[in-house]
Design a protein around this ligand. Structure first.
Ligand code: ADP
Length: 555
């Protein structure tokens, strides 16, 4: 699924944001898809051999070619040294043939000189040159072809006759018969010399032509060696390139495929598969990846099913919560009416509307009134909370005075402060313009905070302050009461949250006031926060827009 069946690099990892392929990348892609190299790469990948073995085999193959080249160079060097040896011998033979020619010429001139000089020394020189000629002929004869050996034989025969004539000429000279000697030399000696000279000339030509042939053969062999070595070098470079290309791409392809696979996986395409031709470690890795992908898909399906069930449960819970909130809202609304009636009648009784109340009944009646008021406050809180939860809480927006808000809160709790003997102050920045919002709810918020401050303070001061900060009004209620532990500061604005049971037992309360206050402040687009130090007191602040609509429109 999603994998390139042919395993070629072009676009094999479409999901991975890689840089545009370079020229070498493009040419590799072309070679793989348009030449048999692609099939070769896949064939190598398909080999059931380890990566280690494949690499080793490729390097060994290149090493074998290099060794082959070394062996061939050795062979060529040996052949060339043999050839130069043969050339040397051929040179020597040519030079011997020339020396033989030279000895013959000298012999001829010494014979002529003997006729003129008539001395023994010249005659001895004729014999020396004859010996030199014979020695040279012996050197050439050794290893000469048959035809040449026959010529040498003929030279020897003719030379024998020459020497016999020379001996006769020498005897005639010694006897003083110069005329006769000259006649013999001209009629017999000279023609014989010419015959020998012709034969020696033939030997020289044979040796020279055999040296010429050897030289041409050496030049040809050198050229062949040059082409052979050049061919081998080119072939080994091509082989190294081919092996490098094929082995590297047989590894690169699965890596590319894995890249694409991981890219698809990262995009959430679980169950995607990676298909590689490899039967080596890369193939095993691809199989593992496919298993992993299938497992991920299974987990994903499970998780989706769980999320779906959770969603169903959530909506059931939400419906249940909605039903509960509606029930509470209706209930508290229904409770309020009789409660107000009880309080109204109690107040009328205490005001002696139904006749004078005996002194001993007055005190319990006042307790009834106090408890009734507490109960009504609680019912109101529950009603507010359930309205908030049911999403039915609406603000009723009008112009209101910040002074009035503070004054109302202060007046309603002044008697409580007096009862507890606490100093109770209120300070409002003068000239705060008329505010716009739900004044009653803001008063409720402030009253809640002041009520808490009075409740949790045994001695000292509770102070209310209101000031303008830009387009917001900041209300502050500070006390010198028990304070709140740091780890509780984040939690006290939650529903039904009280710092600890012993405190709530001592001071009473439900844990709803701050949560409702926070909701009203936030409905006004404001925020509430607290600073406190256990044992030294707390300071609550809340800031809300002075003109709710204007800020909302403006932002
Ligand atoms: P309660 O009805 O319990 O007062 P609230 O929501 O008004 O509920 O307050 C939550 C809790 O926060 C209180 O129970 C109390 O532990 C703590 N708290 C609130 N105001 C103060 C204060 N001024 N000083 C100390 N603790 C306070």
């Amino acid at each position: 699924m999603g994998a390139h069946e042919d395993g070629l690099p072009a676009g094999s990892a479409p999901s991975t944001p890689v840089a545009a392929p370079g020229i070498s990348e493009r040419s590799a892609g072309f070679l793989l898809s348009h030449t048999p190299l692609g099939s070769l790469v896949r064939a190598v990948a398909r080999l059931r051999l380890s990566v280690h073995f494949k690499l080793l085999a490729a390097f060994l193959l290149v090493a074998v070619v290099v060794a082959l080249m070394g062996a061939m160079s050795l062979e060529i060097i040996t052949r060339m040294s043999r050839q130069s040896e043969a050339m040397h011998v051929a040179h020597q033979r040519v030079s011997s043939a020339r020396q033989a020619q030279h000895a013959l010429a000298m012999q001829m001139s010494f014979t002529a000189m003997a006729l003129v000089l008539r001395d023994e020394a010249t005659i001895a020189s004729i014999l020396r040159e004859n010996n030199r000629l014979n020695a040279m002929l012996a050197e050439i004869e050794d290893g000469a072809p048959l035809e040449e050996r026959e010529i040498i034989q003929r030279i020897r025969t003719a030379q024998g006759e020459v020497m016999a004539t020379v001996a006769d000429v020498a005897n005639l000279v010694r006897d003083g018969k110069i005329e006769e000697a000259m006649g013999l030399q001209l009629t017999t000696g000279y023609p014989l010399f010419q015959q020998v000279e012709g034969l020696v000339e033939q030997v020289v030509r044979i040796e020279e032509s055999s040296m010429g042939r050897l030289r041409a053969a050496t030049a040809l062999a050198n050229r062949q060696a040059f082409y052979l070595m050049g061919g081998l070098i080119i072939a080994s470079i091509l082989l190294a390139l081919l092996l490098g290309f094929v082995t590297s791409w047989s590894f690169i392809i699965p890596v590319r495929e894995a890249q694409g696979f991981l890219g698809r996986l990262a995009k959430g395409d679980f169950g995607t598969r990676v298909v590689v031709p490899n039967q080596d470690e890369f193939g095993a890795l691809a199989a593992r990846m496919n298993d992993m992908s299938a497992e991920l898909r299974r987990l994903y399906e499970d998780q989706r099913e769980a999320a779906r069930q959770l969603g169903t449960l959530n909506s059931q819970l939400a419906r249940a919560s909605q039903a509960k909130s509606e029930f509470l809202a209706n209930m508290s609304h229904e409770l309020r009416t009789p409660m107000n009636a009880i309080l109204g009648f109690t107040e009328m009784i205490l005001d002696d509307v139904y006749g004078e109340v005996p002194a001993e009944v007055r005190s319990p009646l006042e307790d009834v009134q106090t408890c009734g008021r507490q109960l009504l406050r609680l019912i109101n809180d529950v009603l507010d909370l359930s309205k908030i939860e049911a999403g039915r809480m609406e603000l009723s927006l009008t112009d209101y005075s910040v002074h009035e808000v503070v004054e109302t809160a202060r007046t309603s709790l002044r008697s409580l402060a007096a009862e507890k003997g606490l100093e109770f102050t209120a300070e409002v920045e003068p000239d705060i313009p008329l505010a716009y919002g739900d004044g009653k709810r803001i008063t409720q918020c402030l009253t809640n905070l002041v009520g808490n401050a009075l409740k949790f303070t045994k001695e000292g001061t509770v102070a209310i302050r209101a000031r303008l900060d830009g387009d917001r009004v900041v209300y502050t209620v500070s006390d010198t009461g028990i304070g709140i532990a740091v780890d509780q500061l984040d939690h006290i604005f939650g529903e039904f949250r009280q710092v600890d049971a012993s405190i709530s037992r001592e001071f009473g309360g439900t844990g709803l006031g701050l949560s409702i206050t926070k909701t009203f402040v936030e409905l006004h687009g404001g925020r509430i926060w607290v600073e406190s130090e256990p044992g030294r007191g707390s300071t609550f602040h809340f800031a809300i827009p002075l003109r709710l609509a204007e800020v909302t429109e403006g932002t």
